[in-house]
Design a protein around this ligand. Structure first.
Ligand code: ADP
Ligand code: MG
Length: 621
């Protein structure tokens, strides 16, 4: 087959350009990434050889070898791992399979400083080779195959694939170093970079020369005793598996005692990975069995609500002779997952108590994920509820449910909350006015997951969780102790009832009910959900995901003490104002919708009515 020219996937071309230009200050990461890929390839070959020993031929000494050619100006990173077929070279090095790639690339600005941290969260990989090389050759032979293929690119949008030659299985990545990157030809530099960034790799990294020299410790870091590992070594290991630049927020290095035999080295990341909420994101915990890497996509190794964890689990308790698919079903893994989940939650609880400010950083990044545990893991519900933190009308910080309960008013028996997607809008929403006037604190929930755990849990510490935008606000008991400071007199109930009836008549099916409100103080109207309907925020979420056929119609509450409502009551008592009252009804409903972040029902009609009301008031002025 003659040499073939192919184009990179559009996102790859852009990513390549940005990686090559923005990561200059961290350029030595290319070696970490290429060594990691080479070691992964060895791990995969080792695993495959368990069922197909013939692929090893006579070479079972897995290693990553660095080779320097001064004259040619090349640095080669070679491995005797699994290798790639022609199609794998095209797919793996020309496209990115990772979920959320397109969205991630869209966010890249071309501004080096901003992009570095983004790329760090995404994970740099093979393309980091182009930071230091102007041309890269990848020559590979898939284990068990006779064919050898060469992939070549200058990283400018295209690559070529052609037949090639190479002894033995595996891959050689040949970097034609840029003129100003010749330092990577020096053994001293290579020694230092490997020691700093690849010491923890479980496969020997060798420098080929007249005498071959091993540059790393080549023992799996998690097998060492905790006292023999420095914080920096842990951090570097974390960066190695996350392909990023940040430090872990927390490190957990534990051994299973008793019935379960395993070692786990787990990290809570210091930054939030970009694909955390992507539906097909798998956990990032790598499974080893007796030091042999098996898979990094095993589900259930840690509970889903801890999917932000990174790290490794190495166990003695499962057989290596079963397929990956069978392994997924291993009950031992689920037990290890449960044990690890317990340890992680205990660790989080300690941090929450001893270092609340540090804990807040964790909560900012991963709180929305951890809350999934409240409905997914009934056994740990209480524990996770205690770990949860919330925004509140009482202050600008994070609050625990226990703190809220501690501040409850004497006759208050429920935990009140408001949910929406925008914190600032929630803070000013009219539905909160009555609570604020009575000094009753309201928790502000802005994560979609809140709509799911709240109904699942229902209570905390025996107190019901009650939405302030659903059902009737029963503030009467609390109100008895502290009535609102508002003094304006409401018109007689019979007169208000006339207006209520007229409003309902005008709005028809666009409101479920019109009624007098207990929760309004400063605003004339607000919308709430009927007790028998989903809460307003949940309805919006379900609608956005196409899971709701018809929109949920709200309850319109009016504030009879408000000047506007009082004059409308007066207007309703006189005959001959149907048009003005009809306009007012629709303007009130649209206003309530706007305050909830929704559009008026008919924007053109809204604008027309507003204009006519303003014209009338300009005439009287
Ligand atoms: P990642 O390692 O996170 O998947 P990379 O960009 O580093 O992303 O690599 C892309 C893919 O290319 C790898 O998943 C692997 O399939 C393949 N690959 C890269 N280097 C090698 C290698 N030395 N041997 C075999 N496959 C490799
Ligand atoms: Mg990689």
């Amino acid at each position: 087959m003659p040499e073939q020219k192919l184009a990179f996937q559009a996102e790859v071309a852009k990513l390549l350009h940005i990686v090559a230009h923005s990561l200059y200050s961290r350029k030595e990461v290319f070696l970490r990434e290429l060594i990691a890929n080479a070691a992964d390839a060895c791990d995969r070959a080792r695993y495959e050889s368990l069922t197909k020993p013939e692929i090893l031929a006579d070479d079972s000494d897995f290693a990553v070898t660095l080779r320097v050619d001064e004259a040619a100006g090349t640095l080669t990173v070679a491995d005797n791992g699994i290798g790639m077929t022609r199609q794998e070279l095209i797919d793996n090095l020309g496209t990115i399979a990772k979920s959320g790639t397109a969205k991630f690339v869209e966010q890249l600005s071309g501004d080096a400083a901003k992009d570095v941290s983004l790329i760090g969260q995404f994970g740099v990989g093979f393309y980091s080779a182009f930071i230091v090389a102007d041309t890269v050759d990848v020559i590979s032979r898939r284990a068990g195959s006779g064919e050898v293929w060469r992939w070549t690119s200058d990283g400018q949008g295209e690559f070529t694939v052609a037949e090639s030659a190479r002894p033995g299985r595996g891959t050689s990545v040949i970097l034609h170093l840029k003129p100003d990157q010749k330092e990577f030809l020096e053994p001293g530099t290579l020694r230092q970079v490997v020691k700093a960034h690849a010491d923890h790799i479980g496969i020997p990294v060798r420098l080929a020369g007249t005498e071959t020299e091993t540059l790393n410790a080549a023992s799996a870091l998690w097998t060492r005793a905790r006292k023999d590992v420095t914080d920096e070594q842990y951090a570097e290991f974390y960066r190695g598996i996350s392909h990023g630049f940040d430090a872990p927020w927390s490190t957990l290095h534990v051994r299973g005692e008793g019935r379960l035999e395993y070692t786990a080295l787990l990290f809570v990341p210091g930054t939030r990975p970009l694909d955390l909420f992507h539906p097909d994101r798998k956990s990032s915990v790598r499974l080893y069995v007796r030091r042999v890497f098996v898979t990094d996509t095993v589900t259930g190794l840690v509970p889903g609500y801890l999917r932000f964890l990174r790290g490794v689990v190495d166990t003695e308790d499962v057989s290596l002779n079963v397929s990956r698919e069978m392994l997924q079903q291993e009950p031992v893994l689920a037990k290890i997952g449960t044990a690890l989940g317990r340890k992680v939650l205990t660790e989080l609880a300690k941090k929450a108590e001893k270092e609340p400010e540090e804990y807040a950083k964790f909560w900012d990044n991963f709180g929305a994920v951890l809350k999934e545990g409240i409905y997914e893991d009934a056994e740990r519900r209480d524990e996770i509820q205690k770990l949860a933190r919330f925004r509140s009308t009482a202050n600008d910080g994070w609050n625990s449910l226990a703190e809220y309960v501690g501040r409850m008013k004497p006759r208050q028996d429920a935990i009140y909350y408001a949910s929406g997607d925008d914190l600032a809008r929630l803070r000013t929403s009219p539905q909160l006015e009555g609570f604020r006037a009575r000094g009753v604190e309201v928790l502000l929930m802005t994560d979609a997951v809140d709509e799911f755990w709240i109904p699942a849990a229902g209570t905390f510490d025996g107190k019901k969780l009650v939405s302030v935008t659903r059902g009737t606000a029963d503030l009467s008991k609390v109100a008895a102790s502290e009535p609102p400071k508002d003094t304006a007199e409401a018109p007689p109930p019979a007169d208000v009832a006339v207006l209520v009836a007229l409003l309902k008549q005008s709005l028809g099916d666009h409101v479920k009910v019109v009624r007098v409100s207990d929760r309004l103080v400063d605003s004339p109207v607000c919308l709430v959900a009927d007790e028998s309907d989903p809460d307003r925020h949940l309805a919006r979420l379900l609608q956005a995901h196409g899971q709701l056929k018809a929109p949920v119609v709200g309850v319109l509450e009016i504030n009879p003490r408000h000047a506007l409502i009082r004059s409308l009551v007066a207007l309703a008592k006189q005959p001959g104002n149907p048009d003005r009252l009809n306009d007012a009804a629709w303007l009130l409903l649209d206003q309530a919708r706007i305050l909830d972040g929704e559009a008026p029902i008919d924007p053109a009609a809204f604008a027309r009515r507003l204009a006519s009301v303003m014209t009338a008031s300009a005439k009287t002025a």
